[in-house]
Design a protein around this ligand. Sequence first.
Ligand SMILES: [Zn+2]
Length: 495
Amino acid sequence: MQLEGPHRRCGYVLFVGLSVSLILGCSQRRVKPPEMPLAPSAHDQIQQRLQQPYEDLFDLAPGLNLSATDLEGMRKHVRQSQDYCTTNVKERAKIYEKQTDERIAEIKHLGKQIEESQRHDLHCQIQELRSAKAQADLLADQLIPVAFDNSRAKIELLEKWPADYQQLQQEIKSEAYLSRRWGNATEIGFREVEKDQKDDVKRGQDAVRELQQQMAMPPELDNKAIQDYVNTVAQRIARNSDLLVPLKVVVLDSKEVNAFALPGGFLYVQRGLLEAADDESELAGVLAHEMSHVAARHGYKLMKKAMISSIFYQSAQIAAIILTGGAAGIGTYYALQYGFYGLGFALNLNLLGVSRDYETEADQLGIQYAWKTGYDPNGFIRFFDKIASKEGNVIGASWFRTHPVFYDRMVHAKREIAFLPKKEQAIVQTTEFEEMKKLLAVQVVKSNSEQNKKRPTLLTGGEERCEAPKKLYKDTDLIETICLQFEPDTPASKK
Ligand SMILES: [Zn+2]
């Protein structure tokens, strides 16, 4: 499509609020949609595999015989699709910024002649545009990369697992696996994974205090039975782990699907994770993984030289929105109440001990702890899988920021499970878990209605009595769907 000139307007209404309608212009620069570097039939076949769970791919890959050329072509296609989507979203973010500036200029231009209702209306619009800009930034910087990382990890699995599977069989046959790092699973609790775990307790306490002072910590879930249940499961695993510090477990009332542990044994589980888990082995897998970071002192090792005040992610928009908004500011409000992004995006990954090597190590140890406690150790992979596939890409973005996905991680987890002695009757589901889910369903309705009631008061620092900021996309949308919404001149954009 030809551009008519640099000032051409092709506005459309994305969403209409009570007093706000965002007219979105077309970008002046135009990027070409990616061309297909492989035959459509090969693309469709691989694309279909990329929608399947990792668990299925591990079973299927050895029998698929996909050509190296097609896999390479698909990798190129994924890269180009990511670039195209990112560019479109960034262009849209620029438009939001420009529109914000125009409204600020309008207020300035009107000066003393501005009527109060007009000012209010413009303030609401600015607020809405800033929210839209923050969402687009987050999409470009975080959500798009994690979603496409999943595709890349799956392509690598299709490519490498057939040979790796052969090697795994060899290692089992020759018993070479027995000499792997932390291969002495019978010594869990009696081997020293890391000395001086207790030295991290103060660091963890400082981090908790800092989070609370910034009002960035969601409230605790107001349900004793659910808190007790999660605590019971976690303490049971802790007794079957290498943890040498007491574990403090708190369920937070936030719909984010995530859990994290701070150094020294402070384990936080967000409500959304309980909603997303379908059985106790999945929950156990996550809890075991998080406590492995504590036992292996990953946070301490990565934070050694950093100040505790740098626990927030120091990336431009997150830091700006959360920190400069002030404690009760609009930024924290958007961030935590609306779930545009939550703690998973705000926290410094070093504090959580997240790096590729440490994730792989925490997976290994976590799988061992879940196994030793009597759980089916596949629970963790199943949960990971679900967030990557079934639940859509966006809702899992916070999870994938703090638990980055890559092939080596999946394959090491799979290998560790294969190496551990099989247990009869490994626990997958319990009646206690099912009871908790019933209580949770009721609690979620209650929590959501209470949080809705609180919304207006939380808006101090922003303009009051505005419509609540809109989300640009649904949590359950797949990234492909979201990318289409940001394409210039899509049918959806011409409504
Ligand atoms: Zn981790």
